[in-house]
Write a protein that binds this ligand. Structure first.
Ligand code: UDP
Length: 246
């Protein structure tokens, strides 16, 4: 399916991930991030193209990154370039996925034998080593320090920033009648001693449960075959845009 947006074919592709492409720009400090329509799960074993998904994710991520930035957590987003393109600072991604959880779900439920839906007594921050071949294993600070994946101050900063982001996002989604169960963040290095929140904040990397019904408004719809992912994401975007309206 043709991807609309700003594809020219003449630019340097720096990186292609499962859901995004990263292009060089004229300024080495900036990149263009293009959100694709691909949905993947289980390390890419399950794949589909979902029309409009890239645009929905680009819009939701821009809205959420702006709110996070306003709350004092610097992000890589400079500005929105097009319906599914962001101009971002060119960071070096820290190879650690930072997961914040408010409710037990997914890998936490499986790993420790807890029931999905159990409320946690406090928001929990977990680190996972970003490595597809190893299936992103959970790690502790000692592993990150011993193997040089992050410095001590970076771990402390990511933990702190993730909790601030959780407060912002929990309040935002809560205002829309949606419970923020968990989400994944990635951070990037931008010059010495500076980390920025990078990547995306989307329903691909979050669990969002509708209050009252418990309906999943996130990528679990795709992972678990719960319904139409495209329609679910569009509904979510409509709710976000209604909240953004003056
Ligand atoms: N997550 C993600 N990318 C990953 C792994 C997890 O975005 O590679 C997100 C996932 O969507 C969920 C949260 O991080 O919102 C926690 O995921 P979990 O560890 O429960 O793993 P899962 O069972 O989703 O693979």
């Amino acid at each position: 399916m043709p991807d609309d947006g700003l594809e020219t074919g003449a630019e340097t592709l720096l990186y292609e991930g499962k859901a995004k492409r990263v292009f060089a720009t004229d300024d080495p400090r900036l990149v263009r991030i293009h959100f694709k329509d691909d949905a993947t799960a289980f390390d890419g074993a399950k794949h589909a193209t979902v029309g409009g998904k890239g645009e929905v994710n680009a819009r939701i991520s821009a809205a959420l990154l702006r709110r996070v930035e306003e709350a004092g957590v610097p992000t890589h987003l400079v500005r929105v370039l097009g319906p599914r393109d962001h101009l971002c600072r060119h960071v070096e991604i820290v190879p650690i996925e930072v997961v914040v959880r408010n409710v037990v779900a997914g890998s936490l439920a499986r790993r420790l034998g807890r029931a999905e839906g159990e409320a946690l007594p406090f928001p929990m921050v977990e680190f996972f080593y970003k490595d597809d071949a190893l299936h992103d294993p959970p790690i502790s600070d000692v592993h990150a320090l011993a193997f040089g994946w992050a410095a001590e101050w970076e771990l402390a900063y990511m933990r702190h920033a993730a909790k601030v982001v959780n407060e912002v996002l929990s309040a935002f989604w809560g205002g829309l009648g949606i419970r923020l169960v968990d989400f994944k963040l990635e951070f990037g290095r931008f010059g010495p001693g500076r980390l920025l929140l990078a990547d995306e904040i989307t329903p691909d990397g979050s669990r969002l449960w509708e209050e009252g019904t418990g309906r999943h408004l996130d990528k679990d719809v795709f992972r678990r075959d719960l319904g139409d992912l495209g329609a679910t994401y569009r509904e979510l975007l409509d709710r976000v845009l209604a909240a953004e309206a003056p």
